[in-house]
Design a binder for this molecule. Structure first.
Ligand code: NAD
Length: 482
């Protein structure tokens, strides 16, 4: 891969925009990004604004018709070629992801494999029929077809950078759109690499454009741009709301993938060893910086004490460093620690952790010990607010009805996980909980095929699966008198 983003160079690397199939240097400033493993400056990232978004929209407009009219087979071949290219470069891409986020290599590799899977999955869907024939009247031929919006804006966060860019860009492209994307300014390397690789495998210039910079300067310019007809946003509830206001003025559709405070519900008939291990994975994966993290653990009172012993033992096996990566920024690191004070004041019982961690060789990194609070009341702030760190709150419940009530007593509704051997109960609870996806006896498979999205403050619209293609296209009907 011909990439400008070298790793481990002695001096700070500069990362530039990717517009119209070319690297475009920052007009003025670069943002200095801190390495979360060392606390030291890590990378200089171009700080774009309205003029770079204009240039990207122009490049995208020039490419739009050609991409939309390209034979499905050819579009599919390019998508599959990009998937292969990602896999060929997976180790380098994982190192880039680690350089930006500090995450352990195992997590970075899984994320890169997931990015390839998006292009493979959506590339294999290019032949899907896009419309229906409707029986309206004997003398009419009426059909529907799905059409792209044109230029789709994609705004992504820092926790799974390349994966989330791929999750939106792949279905948008297969639906016939072209894209202008903005990764988080903190973690831009792999999104630029994605666009570079697309150019290398033959995607026409302008089909994937990446503008780097802050949310206020670049993100708002994308959402406000009059040629961008749909925006896919993954990030926080606050920014989702701000984008929603602009989109309401402009009357454009959004996909909003926002935060979560997902429940892991353990019934007394569960396989406790597996449930405990998966519960710990559910809040320590990516150091808890995952929208679907299972950060509320609901445990049936009859097994509460025995089960929590297992959870604490499992949590203590997770070692900060290669087992548990750092928190992404100094501000977020401080915020997670503030929740320890909130928990103390609210009277939660700290069963393990509740403090920062020191990692040998990375003494100034932003590491937190895996932390478990017990006997938490669902009204406490640590049970209601998304902490975005490796912090689990355990809440006892009495019966099925109580578990459903506590699960739904949340502003969020992303995923829910049930641990039980009783299939009837699993189906009843799955029906009643207000979440976008339910897992039973497995925590979050993250499969490409399964539609993903939220209820309530977790957002609306769906990514992944065939459903995502519907969210990146609209239906036109054609009625012909014969
Ligand atoms: P964030 O909302 O601060 O930023 C997300 C993106 O939006 C970044 O690229 C940022 O630069 C941009 N942005 C910021 N302000 C903007 C504005 N005014 N207009 C347009 N764009 C703007 O979120 P974050 O801190 O990067 O990520 C963490 C959040 O993302 C958490 O709440 C997490 O739950 C959520 N998230 C959700 C999902 C999901 O699929 N549901 C996945 C990952 C993360």
């Amino acid at each position: 891969m011909n990439t400008q983003t070298k790793i481990d160079a002695g001096e700070l690397e500069k990362l530039d925009h990717w517009i119209g199939g070319k690297s475009v240097a920052a007009a003025e400033d670069y943002l200095e990004i801190t390495n979360p493993m060392t606390g030291a400056p890590g990378l200089l990232v171009a700080s774009g604004g309205k003029s770079e978004v204009d240039a990207a929209v122009q490049a995208a407009s020039a490419a739009a018709k050609g991409w939309r009219k390209m034979a499905a087979a050819e579009r599919g071949r390019l998508m599959l070629a990009l998937a292969n290219k990602i896999r060929e470069n997976s180790e380098l891409l994982a190192e880039m992801e680690r350089a930006d986020t500090g995450k352990p290599m195992a997590g970075a590799r899984a994320e890169i494999e997931g990015s390839a899977a998006y292009f493979e999955f959506y590339g294999s869907l290019v032949y899907l029929p896009t419309g229906d024939i409707l029986d309206v009247a004997p003398d009419q031929h009426v059909f529907t077809k799905r059409e792209p919006y044109g230029i789709v804006g994609v705004i992504t966060p820092w926790n799974l950078p390349m994966n989330q860019a791929a999750r939106a860009i792949a279905p948008a492209l297969v639906a016939g759109n072209v894209t202008v994307a903005k990764p988080s300014e903190i973690t831009s390397r792999t999104t630029i690499a994605l666009a570079q690789m697309a150019t290398e495998v033959g995607f026409p210039d302008g089909v994937i454009n990446i503008v780097l910079g802050t949310g206020q300067a670049v993100g708002e310019a994308i959402v406000s741009h009059d040629r961008i007809r749909k925006v896919a946003f993954t990030g926080s509830v606050g920014v989702g709301r701000a984008i929603g206001r602009i989109a309401a003025e402009r009357i454009i559709p959004l996909t909003l993938e926002l935060g979560g405070k997902s429940a892991n519900i353990v019934f007394e008939d569960a396989d406790q060893d597996i449930a405990a291990a998966e519960a710990v994975k559910g809040f320590t994966l990516n150091a808890g910086q995952v929208c679907s993290a299972g950060t509320r653990l609901l445990v049936q009172r009859s097994i509460y004490d025995a089960f929590m012993k297992k959870v604490v033992a499992e949590a203590q096996k997770v070692k900060p460093g290669e087992g548990l990566g750092p928190i992404i920024t100094p501000a977020q690191f401080k915020r997670v620690q503030e929740y320890f004070d909130v928990a103390d004041k609210d009277g939660a019982e700290c069963l393990t952790g509740g403090a920062v961690a020191t990692v040998e060789g990375h003494e100034n990194g932003f590491y937190i010990q895996p932390t478990v609070y017990g006997h938490v009341d669902n009204d406490m702030r640590i049970a209601q607010e998304e902490i975005f760190g490796p912090v689990l709150v355990a809440i006892p419940f009495d019966d099925e009805e109580d578990a459903i009530r506590i699960t739904n007593d949340s502003d969020y509704g992303l995923i829910g996980t049930l641990w039980t051997r009783d299939v009837s109960r699993a189906l009843r609870v799955a029906d009643e909980i207000e979440v976008g996806q339910v897992f039973v006896n497995v925590w979050n498979t993250m499969s490409v095929q399964t539609p993903f999205g939220g209820h309530k403050n977790s957002g609306y619209g769906r990514e992944k699966g065939i459903e995502a293609i519907e969210h990146y296209s609209h239906v036109k009907s054609v009625s012909i008198k014969i």
